[in-house]
Design a protein around this ligand. Structure first.
Ligand code: HPA
Length: 320
C-alpha cells in the first residue's frame, strides 16, 4: 500500500500545528514538567541565583563547584541552543559558596522567530520561567554586545543599568498563570520596569570589578532582533539619538520576564566589537568569537563573576 505524499505532508503539518498550539495553550504545564524533571534529578532546594552564560561565556561554568549537569536536550520541553559557543547545559552547583543554576547557552529570538503563534518568544524566555518556578530569586544575565559608546573597547565589560527593548515584548499575548517567585501572588499584566537592573546587585558587581576599572563601564543596553549587525545609520541613531552604550541581540526579553516573575536582575555585557565615530560596525561572527575566546578576557570575566559571588555571600552572611 502506498501513502499519498500530499496526504502525508498534510498529516505532518497538522501534527506540527497541534504541537505548537499545545505549547502555546499549556505553557505553564510545559514549564512545570521541565521543573519537575530538574527537581527529581537535582533535589528540591532553591538556588539563590540563576546565571545565564551567553555566547562564548560558557567557560565561566568551569568555576562552578559541586557541579550537577544535565543537557537541555534531556529536560522536557526545554529549548535547545543552536549557536556556536552555546553548549546547551544546565549546571547546578555553587560559586563562592552561593548556590546557583547556570544556563550554559540561550535561545535567541532570531533562531525561533518563524515558529507559529508567539512560540518563538515563549521559547526564549522558557528558562527564566523554569528558574522562577524552581524558586530562584536572582537572575544574572551575561551576553556579548557591540560597543556604541566611544570609550568602550573590545574586551571591556559593561554593567547594564537600563535597557531599550527593540525585541517583541515577551509579556504580549495570553496572560499566563504564573506566580511571583516565592509567593502565591499572580504576576502583573502591566509590569513596571523601573530599577529593572537591581541597584544593589549592580553596585556589588561594580565593586567586584574594582581591580579592573579601566575595562569596566556602566550603561544602557539596546537589544535588536538581529541576526544582521547594524548599519551606520542604525549605530548613529542608537548612540546619538537613543543614547545606548551597547547593542546586543538578547537579555532584554529575559529581564522583562524575570522582573515579571519577581526576580532581582543584574546584567553584564562583554564588548566584542566597537563602532567607529561615523557609525561603522564591521563586526562579524569570527571577530566576535575571537574576543570571546581570548584568555585575558576569560580570566577577567571569571575573576569578576567569582568576586561578585564572594561579595554577595558576605553581604548575605551565608555560611560557607
Ligand atoms: N550588534 C549586535 N549584537 C552583537 C554585536 C553587535 O555589534 N556584537 C555582539 N553582539
Amino acid at each position: 500500500m502506498f501513502l499519498n505524499p500530499g496526504l502525508f505532508l498534510g498529516f505532518m503539518i497538522t501534527d506540527y500545528m497541534e504541537q505548537a498550539e499545545d505549547f502555546r495553550d499549556n505553557y505553564e504545564s510545559k514549564v512545570a514538567e521541565a521543573v519537575n524533571f530538574i527537581q527529581m534529578k537535582f533535589g528540591f532546594d532553591e538556588p539563590e541565583f540563576g546565571i545565564v552564560l551567553g555566547s562564548g561565556l560558557g567557560g565561566l561554568a568551569d568555576a562552578i563547584e559541586n557541579q550537577q549537569v544535565v543537557d537541555y536536550a534531556e529536560i522536557p520541553n526545554f529549548p535547545r541552543t543552536g549557536v556556536e559557543g552555546h553548549k546547551g547545559r544546565l549546571i547546578k552547583g555553587t560559586l563562592e559558596g552561593v548556590s546557583v543554576i547556570a544556563l550554559q547557552g540561550r535561545k535567541h529570538y532570531y533562531e525561533v522567530a518563524d515558529e507559529p503563534f508567539n512560540n518563538g518568544m515563549l521559547k526564549v524566555v522558557f528558562p527564566v520561567h523554569v528558574l522562577a518556578n524552581l524558586g530562584v530569586k536572582n537572575y544574572f544575565a551575561t551576553h556579548a554586545a557591540g560597543g556604541l559608546n566611544p570609550n568602550y573597547k573590545p574586551g571591556d565589560i559593561m554593567i547594564i543599568e537600563s535597557h531599550i527593548n527593540f525585541l517583541p515584548n515577551p509579556l504580549m499575548g495570553r496572560k499566563h498563570n504564573f506566580f511571583k517567585v516565592g509567593t502565591e501572588d499572580f504576576t502583573e499584566r502591566f509590569q513596571p520596569m523601573n530599577n529593572a537592573y537591581d541597584p544593589f546587585l549592580s553596585d556589588l558587581l561594580w565593586t567586584a570589578a574594582i581591580d579592573y576599572q579601566k575595562y569596566v563601564h556602566r550603561g544602557t543596553l539596546l537589544s535588536v532582533v538581529g541576526p544582521s549587525y547594524e548599519t551606520e545609520a542604525e549605530c548613529i541613531a542608537f548612540r546619538d539619538g537613543l543614547h545606548a552604550d551597547v547593542v546586543g541581540m538578547s537579555v532584554t526579553p529575559e529581564v522583562i520576564v524575570a522582573r515579571n516573575r519577581g526576580m532581582n536582575c543584574v546584567g553584564m555585557s562583554l564588548i566584542t566589537n566597537t563602532v567607529t565615530a561615523d557609525g561603522v560596525n564591521t563586526a562579524n561572527h569570527e571577530e566576535v568569537m575571537k574576543v570571546l575566546n581570548s584568555a585575558d578576557v576569560k580570566l577577567r570575566l571569571e575573576t569578576i563573576v567569582s568576586d561578585f559571588f564572594a561579595l554577595y555571600r558576605e553581604s548575605h552572611q551565608q555560611p560557607l
